[in-house]
Design a protein around this ligand. Structure first.
Ligand SMILES: Nc1ncnc2c1ncn2[C@@H]1O[C@H](COP(=O)(O)OP(=O)(O)O)[C@@H](O)[C@H]1O
Ligand SMILES: [Mg+2]
Length: 229
């Protein structure tokens, strides 16, 4: 496998009915790293994550994911690339007609994991994020913070190679935010590469992880710390 999870080369993006948000963005994401993506509101954090989960095509430049160029791949191979990703959307995107436990089990079920096993994994993660009382309710009755934690559990239940999380602590208090940060760090130790978009200063200060800073249409990357293990 490539040593880089993602490689952007001179990437730019201009929304059709909107601003040019990136000009010439070039950086690599090393396998096993953990980055925070920061920058003011409207800078392009969500758009960058969207490019990384193949929801938005670069207007210019090239993007490689797991060593492959998604624009040159057969469309039928894209789902396999996409399956290596876990995504926590800013707006959660939970399925309202499925119970919480089934929302979190679903990614395992579509990968062919047997129902009881999938449910067991989902339950463990939901316990971990403090939602053991909410397994059998429908998402619509949950608070924003609870929905966010369901979305996180769903994104990580498959142990993705790359986790992309958009403001994953935007709706929870500081104590839960730090607990979630710890969860992301545990996942990272097990091998998942993590990119978290956030402007939560408390989180940024509490963590030694390197940054991707969006500034005036470009991205400045700080060096990853060498991990001692
Ligand atoms: N679908 C879209 N069409 C047109 N403009 C968009 C679209 N999505 C985002 N934008 C614009 O792109 C810029 C970056 O947005 P976004 O990526 O959401 O930033 P952030 O997540 O950092 O707040 C903003 O000016 C936003 O209004
Ligand atoms: Mg955003």
């Amino acid at each position: 496998m490539s040593d880089f999870i993602a490689q952007l080369n001179d990437v730019g993006h201009q929304y059709e009915e909107g601003p040019e948000i990136f000009k010439k963005v070039t950086f690599d994401i090393e396998s096993g790293s953990f980055y925070f993506l920061t920058g003011p509101s409207g800078a392009g954090k969500s758009s960058l994550l969207k490019m990384l989960y193949l929801g938005l095509k670069p207007t210019w430049g090239s993007l490689r994911l797991f060593g492959e160029d998604p624009l040159k791949m057969k469309p039928s191979s894209l789902p396999f690339l996409r399956q290596k990703l876990g995504v926590v959307f800013q707006e959660f995107k939970l399925l309202d007609y499925l119970k919480v436990i089934d929302n979190v089990s679903l990614p395992l079920r579509v990968r062919g994991i047997e129902a009881r096993q999938a449910r067991k994994h989902a339950e463990e993660l939901l316990n971990w994020v403090g939602l053991s009382d909410a397994l059998n309710v429908y998402p619509s009755i949950l608070s924003g913070g609870q929905k966010q934690r369901v979305a996180i559990a769903r994104a990580i239940v498959t142990r993705p190679q790359l986790l992309l999380a958009d403001e994953p602590t935007g709706n929870v208090d500081d104590e839960i935010a730090l607990k979630l940060l710890h969860l992301f760090e545990e996942l990272n130790k097990m091998g998942t590469t993590v990119i978290i978009a956030t402007h939560n200063q408390n989180l940024l200060e509490k963590s030694p992880n390197p940054l991707l800073i969006i500034k005036e249409g470009t991205i400045i990357k700080t060096s990853p710390q060498r991990k001692s293990s």
